[in-house]
Design a protein around this ligand. Structure first.
Ligand code: BMA
Length: 362
């Protein structure tokens, strides 16, 4: 049995300080409602479960209709799904993980219509070297090259326009733009992406955000909420906020934190980061989420209820999202599928009143 979630959100919407119509808002009513829900969840001790690329492929399947590894295990879709915009900058039909953008568009509409939420990351190619997002060979020249006055500025504005055009094209049959969380320039506290810590200064990183936000506003993406997602590096609120684009841009604060070899290390990092984020969330009035997490291959059969759930439960998180179930990279999966070692435990996680899936969101 789940919480009467609809009642929780209705109560939150009735509260003036959480009302979805801030006077200075330039967002659509749907985006305001999404933000109100993100803010309302933790007060009820519930968080949404999310999965990247959930309905478009999984272990042993690709492109099937109405399918999801998560749904195959527990009977419901995740409450939040994320997708990646990588390669859309080139105007092609497929994402960097070979998912047709047309399919992503349809799945976003379906997810919105079932009461769920969608989020986007953007593993943008390196505009200077022509390599991928992980190509850091251009060093400190790459971010500089896209900022105003840089050699790639005009090209890059065209890349941002393609993102905006795609997001603006995600509409219901009645023409409502599907609200979405946009999470650009993520994991910037590490240095594995060309926009990472060592590859630009604080002010260049902030200028990258400002430019992206400004251009997208000009393109009318008023259905978006914006998320800030460092990696695990921050040790305190000061380092967490070192490259924070500001309260006028950011709607949700997050962290991308994975379990690698050691469960103990994972729990220590996650607890430190959630503690930092709780302070930032309170001080800045922003909802918080674990924007990416997971244990590759979910090799621990009780990971869901013995590691993830107790780690996040004490904190006011709006959602927790695990990464993709790659059909093309054996072992690279983060959600269970039928018969997988953690599938039974995932059902217990699903049944816990704290976790919300799509069916809990209507
Ligand atoms: C990474 C891996 C890659 C993938 C990328 C973007 O974490 O899953 O295989 O291409 O994310 O989705």
């Amino acid at each position: 049995m789940k919480l009467p979630f609809v009642l929780c959100v209705a109560a939150a919407l009735a509260c003036p300080s959480c009302a979805p119509t801030a006077p200075d808002s330039t967002r659509t009513p749907e985006a305001e409602a999404m933000l109100a829900t993100l803010k309302a969840l933790p007060a009820k001790g519930a968080f949404m479960f999310g999965h990247h690329d959930d309905p478009v492929y999984g272990i042993g399947w690709d492109g099937d209709a109405d399918r999801s590894d998560v749904k195959s295990v527990c009977g419901d879709y995740p409450a939040i799904m994320s997708f990646d915009l990588g390669d859309i900058e080139h105007g092609g039909a497929y994402s960097l993980d070979s998912v047709p953008f047309d399919r992503i568009r349809r799945e976003c509409v379906a997810q919105y219509e079932r009461g769920g939420m969608v989020s986007f990351s953007w593993h943008t190619d390196n505009p200077l070297t022509g390599g991928d997002a992980w190509d850091v060979s251009g060093g400190k020249e790459v971010v500089k090259s896209v900022l105003p006055g840089g050699v790639n500025h005009d090209t890059f504005i065209g890349w941002i326009d393609r993102v905006a055009d795609f997001l603006n094209s995600i509409k219901t049959d009645s023409g409502v733009k599907v609200p979405a969380l946009f999470r650009p320039w993520h994991e910037h506290t590490g240095s594995w992406f060309w926009w990472g810590q060592e590859h630009c200064t604080d002010s260049e990183y902030l200028a990258l955000w400002q430019m992206t936000y400004q251009r997208m506003q000009e393109k009318g993406t008023d259905q978006l909420l914006w998320a800030y997602s460092p990696g695990i590096e921050p040790q305190d609120t000061t380092s967490y906020l070192a490259r924070y684009p500001g309260d006028s841009i950011v709607d949700l604060i997050g962290v991308d934190c994975y379990q690698y070899d050691s469960r103990t290390d994972y729990l220590a990092h996650l607890d430190r980061l959630l503690h930092i984020m709780q302070q930032v969330s309170t001080a800045h009035g922003k909802p918080m989420a674990v924007t990416e997490t997971g244990l590759e291959g979910v090799t621990d059969p009780t990971w869901w209820t013995a590691t993830l759930l107790p780690a996040v439960e004490p904190y006011p998180v709006s959602y927790v999202l695990v990464w993709r179930n790659a059909r093309e990279k054996p072992g690279h999966f983060y959600a269970p599928y039928p018969g997988q070692a953690s599938a039974e435990d995932f059902v217990r996680f699903y049944q816990d009143p704290c976790t919300l899936f799509a069916g809990d969101m209507k």
